[in-house]
Structure formats: C-alpha cells, structure tokens
Design a protein around this ligand. Structure first.
Ligand code: IPM
Ligand code: MG
Length: 355
C-alpha cells in the first residue's frame, strides 16, 4: 500500500493539509490506490513536543514513505531559537536527507483570477510559467558557513557552490519539462559577477546540446526579476539556483493572484515531497480562512509525479478551475462580486466538483 507521510507543520499548515488529504482520499475512493497516511510531526510544533524540528521518527517515516505531503513550517514563536532548532531546518533537512534536488513550482493563472493579480490584466493574462529551482545545493548548503568572531566584531559567511553534476541534473529536469510544454528554457544566473554561476551558465549550455529541440536563453537574475513583472508571458520554463529560485518563485506566485494558489513538487528521481509554496502564515492561522488551493494542487502534483496518475491530477485541476469559475474564493483572492469561502468550505467545494 502506498504510504504518504503527512508533515502538516505549523500555522496554516495543518488546516490546508486537511483539505489536501480530503481530496486525496476522495480520489483514492474512486481509483483504489490504497493510500495509507501517517503523521510525521515537523517544524515548530514538533520542536514544542519533541525538542527538535525534525524528530528522527519523522525523518524515518519520510524515508519509508512513497510520497510526502508538507503543509508549512515556521512562525514568530520559534524565531529566536538557536539556528539549528528553527522550524525551517526541518524543511531543509528533509530536502537534503531525501536528495530532493529538483523543485518544480508552476505558476499558471486561472482565468477567473485575472483581476486578483496586482498586475494589469494585459500583463498577466495567459501566463503559464514553471520555475525549476535547484533545491539541495548552492548557498543554502555551501560550506563554510556560520558567524564567527572577527577583528573585535563578527563575520557572517555563506558559500555559493555548485558542481558540474549538480548543474547537469537540474538542467536536464528543466529541458525535459520544457519538451512537454512550450519548448523554452530560460536559465537564470549572475554570471557577470559570480564565478559559480558562470559555471552554471557553461554547464547548462553544454547540456542543451542534448536538447536541440528546446530553445535556451540566459538571463541575469536582476533582469529576470524585472522581466517577470514587465512581461511574464515571455517565460515558459525558468531554471535557476536554490536562492534565486526561492526569490523568483515568490515573484512568479504573485502574478497568479496569490501565493495561496501555488503548488510545488520537490523530486529526487525516486521520491517526491509536495508542498504549497506559501508559508505558515501565522497571522491568519487557526481562523479557517487560509486558501487550501495551493495544497490541493500540490496533492495533484503528487498524483502526477509519485503515483503516475496525471489524469487524476487533471481532474483536480479542472475541479479547482470550475469552483473559481463559479465565483468561489478564499479571502486572499476575494474580489467584489465573488463569494468568500472558509478553508474547509473551499476544500469541500472542490471535493463536490470532483464527485
Ligand atoms: C520556500 C521557503 C523556504 C526556502 C524556507 C521556509 C526555508 O521560503 O520553500 O521557498 O527558503 O526554501
Ligand atoms: Mg521561499
């Protein structure tokens, strides 16, 4: 029986995870995957119970599982903790322990939400971007790192490091993805300043030789940030480093109206972890008003990438689109004349549509 680890986490994490599970169970009822769900506490709530953000038992469950669903981690309550105990470390440890090097963050605009974006309709209409973010390397994990005493003050160090194989494998993911889309990859770097990303550009260009059918362009990250807002429709697949991907995917998210709409998949080749791109949103946690659509669409990505059921994923996406079409919204995407739903009402509405 396929085992799904549920790392609901902190803040709105548990609320949106519940809705994603609702949808997965519904799909399972129709298709008999035989999903078994096991809770794996992570983040600040795990720290409160077990004294660490990623208890060894949770890591074991994640390692054993066929797929992992993660809600969100973090919150002001744990911000002052020593670095290694902060909730975010759980997420980073899961990514690195499970080798989840390829982070796919699709930013597509659902038609009915075109006016929910802070950008003009003519800029965002029809956007469909896939950010492929390298997730287990770069400045997030490079050594040396830390803060040390230095000349009577202190010195903080982080290291941006990439090796040829790390760049090659993420480039392949991007080119393969582009083949199934519009056939365009834009590789984002800072090759004019950072040697490690000059290597990035070289290696991506080399890998491109195997993908003559895909169009490759390169862009500096500062320009990419600007182009995402100026003319986002020019992009199909964006492939970039861990930190640039972190930043650009938040920007891409806003094009779709709300970060509450964006799903993600983090893949190793054999295993996947699925999580909404939004964070734990402590300011609205516990109020039942969070948008569960990013979580529900992350469950859809799980069906595609971990359970080889893209048609089931498509059914979920269609149901979400239908619910939006009927004018149902959560608070983050609410506009005049639409109907505002709570987290569980939205999950229920998508479920009803699926049935
Ligand atoms: C993300 C988040 C994480 C990251 C944080 C919570 C560690 O911002 O998944 O984009 O920086 O990768
Ligand atoms: Mg981020």
């Amino acid at each position: 029986m396929p085992l799904i680890a549920l790392c609901a986490g902190d803040g709105i994490g548990p609320e949106v995870t519940e809705e994603a599970v609702k949808i997965l169970k519904l799909i399972d009822g129709k298709r008999n995957f035989g999903f078994e769900f096991v809770d794996a506490p992570v983040g600040g709530s795990a720290y409160d119970r077990f004294g660490v953000p990623l208890p060894p038992e949770s890591l074991e469950i994640a390692k054993k599982a066929d797929a992992i669903f993660l809600g969100a981690v973090g919150g002001p309550k744990w911000e002052k903790l020593e670095f290694s105990l902060r909730p975010e470390r759980a997420l980073l440890a899961l990514r690195s322990e499970l080798g989840l090097f390829a982070n796919l963050r699709p930013a597509a605009l659902f038609g009915p939400l075109v006016d929910a974006s802070t950008l003009k309709r003519e800029v965002v209409e029809g956007i469909d971007i896939l950010v492929v973010r390298e997730l287990t390397g770069g400045i997030y994990f490079g050594q040396p790192r830390g803060v040390e005493d230095y000349e009577g003050g202190k010195r903080g160090v982080n290291t941006l490091v990439y090796t040829t194989p790390e760049i090659e494998r993420i480039a392949r993911v991007a080119f393969e993805a582009a083949r199934k889309r519009k056939g365009k990859v834009c590789s984002v770097d800072k090759a004019n300043v950072l040697e490690s990303t000059e290597l990035w550009r070289e290696v991506v260009t080399g890998v491109h030789k195997d993908y003559g059918d895909v169009e490759l362009s390169h862009m500096y990250v500062d320009n990419a940030a600007m182009q995402l807002i100026r003319n986002p429709r020019q992009f199909d697949v964006i492939v970039t480093t861990n930190m640039f991907g972190d930043i650009l995917s938040d920007a891409a998210a806003m094009l779709t109206g709300s970060i509450g709409m964006l799903p993600s998949a983090s893949l190793s080749g054999t295993k996947g972890m699925y999580e909404p791109v939004h964070g734990s949103a402590p300011d609205i946690a516990g109020q039942g008003i969070a948008n569960p659509i990013a979580a529900i669409l992350s469950a859809a990505m799980m069906l595609t990438y971990s359970f080889n059921a893209p048609d089931a994923a498509m059914d979920i996406e269609k149901s979400v689109a239908a619910v939006l079409d009927k004018g149902y919204r959560c608070a983050d995407i609410y506009t005049d004349g639409t109907t505002k739903l709570s987290t569980s009402e939205m999950g229920g509405m998508v479920a009803k549509e699926l049935e």
